[in-house]
Design a protein around this ligand. Structure first.
Ligand code: SAM
Length: 426
């Protein structure tokens, strides 16, 4: 994005708030982007702040490495954030160098915690401008501990290929209420039809202003996320439980296929978004705010468990997950997933299907979870996916018929997912 002269300090201050929130807590990025103060800013400032914060988060590893080499002592957190944003403006945003430095110094001068460091901000940024850093270095795009996990799980080459997608700005994938309209929407939105029937577009800007949004002809859903619901082969008259449903991308797919959907989620707040999505698309589902580990209401012909997870596969749209996730989160989430899987199994009718998925790259939340489940529940068996089923990339099909979609498995990138389909024996 070009930096226009009339984009000033409020936009940079907003980018600082977004960056600080994104790195402080797991849902910080979404919270900052939906905060009333942020949304009261002029559209142009909001767009700049968002783009700057996202560009910074996508290259946070290389930016920090460049800063570490120039900081004798760790400055207060706000100062590091201001420096990060300054580097991103100077090298990733086409902001003129003098403006990147001057606005960063002004930003530091405007806050009590960073004011004493405005000279440092000036010196460090000027130093970097003289010797531009390598912000494309793939070996520092992910935190070391995650990179080590991906190496252990997938090998060096795959880990590098995963990391290389971190810096890419993703396209927007759409799922369609009526799949037969794919050609129409691909043309209207200057996109391409995805395997499985969605549309991918590189359009930018406010999706709510795009044709087809208001009439609910489509909803935003990553191509990988759309695969899981398709593996249930939803059909009119089937009763399907979506056990962790909000904000509802998969519920909408199941309802659009004509299934009778019960959409349950523990979070009433997130269910509100699901209800809004149903309203906009004119689709129907029964919605319930409840704990999926305790609720009983089956049996269902099909159960979808899109379990809460570390979400490390979603870094293309949520680069913050890489830096907000902690190693301990994974074990805690895996324990929750095991409880939800056990509860989901109880809701499946004999001969019914259970599809489990997570948008995580971590095997404890995927492969290991299903191996343990199948050991504990011999009345369930894997029903292998066939090549290309549901639009899954060929490279994602594992020998056992489960899917391990890695972010580089689709040209232009895709979210990382693990998906397993099982059938309950009679
Ligand atoms: C990965 S998200 C689901 C995304 C959703 N399926 C979609 O396609 O839009 C996981 C969801 O699980 C919900 N959740 C977490 N623990 C739960 C529980 N014990 N029972 C029900 N829902 C739970 C969270 O509130 C969150 O909305």
């Amino acid at each position: 994005m070009n930096d226009r002269n009339d984009i000033g300090l409020p936009a940079r201050a907003a980018a600082l708030d977004i960056l600080a929130a994104a790195l402080a807590r797991r849902s910080g990025l979404d919270e900052a982007l939906s905060a009333p103060g942020f949304n009261a800013l002029p559209l142009r400032d909001r767009a700049f702040a968002r783009a700057l914060a996202m560009a910074t988060l996508r290259r946070l590893g290389p930016i920090d490495r460049a800063l570490d080499g120039r900081l004798a002592k760790e400055p207060p957190e706000a100062v590091r954030h201001i420096l990060r944003l300054g580097v991103a403006q100077a090298f990733l945003m086409e902001t003129p160098a003098f403006a990147a430095v001057a606005t960063s110094v002004d930003l530091a001068a405007g806050r009590r915690d960073s004011r004493p460091f405005k000279g440092l901000v000036n010196a460090v940024l000027r130093n970097l401008l003289r010797e531009p850093p390598d912000l494309a270095a793939a070996d520092s795009l992910a935190p070391d501990w995650l990179m080590a996990r991906w190496r252990a799980a997938y090998g060096e080459d795959e880990a590098q290929a995963i990391a290389a997608t971190i810096a890419q700005e993703p396209a927007t994938d759409l799922s369609l209420r009526d799949p037969s309209t794919a050609a129409h929407w691909a043309e209207a939105l200057e996109g391409e039809i995805l395997p499985g029937g969605g549309v991918r577009t590189t359009r930018r800007g406010d999706v709510a202003a795009w044709p087809g949004f208001e009439t609910g002809a489509w909803w935003v859903q990553d191509a990988s996320a759309a695969v899981a619901a398709r593996l249930l082969e939803p059909a009119p008259g089937q009763h399907i439980l979506d056990l962790c449903a909000a904000p509802g991308g998969k519920t909408l797919q199941l309802a659009a296929a004509g299934a009778e959907v019960t959409a349950l989620d523990r979070s009433a707040q997130r269910l509100k978004r699901l209800t809004e999505n149903l309203k906009r698309t004119g689709l129907a589902a029964r919605t319930l705010a409840a704990d999926g580990t305790a609720w009983r209401g089956g049996p269902f012909d099909g159960v979808l468990l899109d379990a809460p997870c570390a979400s490390t596969g979603t870094f293309r749209r949520h680069p913050d997950v890489l830096w907000a996730a902690r190693p301990g989160d994974i074990a805690a989430l895996a324990a929750t997933q095991a409880r939800l899987l056990a509860a989901a199994a109880e809701q499946v009718a004999p001969h019914g299907r259970l599809v489990y998925c997570v948008c995580s790259l971590e095997p404890e939340e995927g492969e290991a979870q299903i191996e343990a489940f199948l050991r504990a529940r011999p009345d369930f068996a894997l029903e292998p996916a066939v090549p290309g089923e549901g639009g899954a990339p060929d490279a994602s099909l594992r020998p056992d018929g489960t899917l391990r979609i890695l972010p580089h498995h689709r040209p232009g990138g895709t979210d990382g997912f693990y998906i397993a389909r099982m059938v309950r024996q009679g």
